[in-house]
Design a protein around this ligand. Sequence first.
Ligand code: DAH
Length: 348
Amino acid sequence: MRAELAGLREQALTDIAACQAETELEAVRVRYLGKKGSLNAILRGLGGLSAEERPAVGALANDIKDEILARIAEKASELASDGLRRSLAEERTDVTLPGRARPRGHTHPLRAVEQEIVGIFVAMGFSVAEGPEIEDDFHNFGALNFPPDHPARDTQDTLFLTLADDALLRTHTSPVQIRVMRSQRPPLRVIVPGACYRRDEPDATHSPMFHQVEGFMVDEQVTFADLKGVLVHFLRRLFGPETGVRFRPSFFPFTEPSAEVDIACSACAVTGRPTPGCRVCRGKGWLEVLGSGMIHPNVLRAVGYDPEVVRGFAFGMGIDRLALLRHDLDDLRLFFENDLRFLGQYPS
Ligand code: DAH
């Protein structure tokens, strides 16, 4: 039996030395020392030994068991440090590799033009106001002197909401004139950027959601000359100091007199005369950029001002079209598709 134990010890130590992984070590332990392992198989013969022999052989079996366990633990830690050494030797981190660039966002080209416009008026002492995109009939039409059945309400192609009887998406930024004038007293110089909505089929020049900047000034001595001075200055800041500007008589319910304002076509300006078939102005030589006028006495009355005491001028422009002009583009949809290949060309 001693010879059997010695053989087992010999074999177990050889097996342990040959192990390449922790799982193999565990298999060796179970094979030799487990309940059904070879050591127990040998020890079952213990009963056949003499009473003097038994304790000595039992002690020998225990020593062998301890030795095998110790060898297994030793081998396990050898394997672990081998693994570390190997991965240090074989795996490399190249610290000179460039990092992964994260794409950076920037201001949308429409917003950039809006900020530029607002900035020019802020420099002239205007303050910025905003109003709700969900409006009611009073602010969007009634107080702006649209009579109840005025066809202008149809031409505005209003999007009505079912929220309340007269809830609608504002068709222009002019209702913010009403909101500001009803909550503040003159003198006022205010600029109002914002989104507007109309029932339009989207195409190169129409979008059901678009952007305007509204502006107005109210004080005791305001005249049409102030309107002209402010708008000419503004347009020359935006489009260049030499830009030609002209005022054409027009009509809006909320202004009297009213004027539409054109700038000389920048494409034709190069030749100095309207160019037949010009892509930008279609041969007219002028581009309409805003609507304006002296605030109608009925509007002043609707907000509780006395038209005998204060007067004002107002103007409104579409930002989207100005941004097309600014970037020499011809399709509004480019601004709303949010294709990063397009937007990326207009870093702020
Ligand atoms: N609200 C007008 C529109 O959407 C633009 C406009 C014209 C605004 C004349 C004004 C103005 O303040 O005086 O077509």
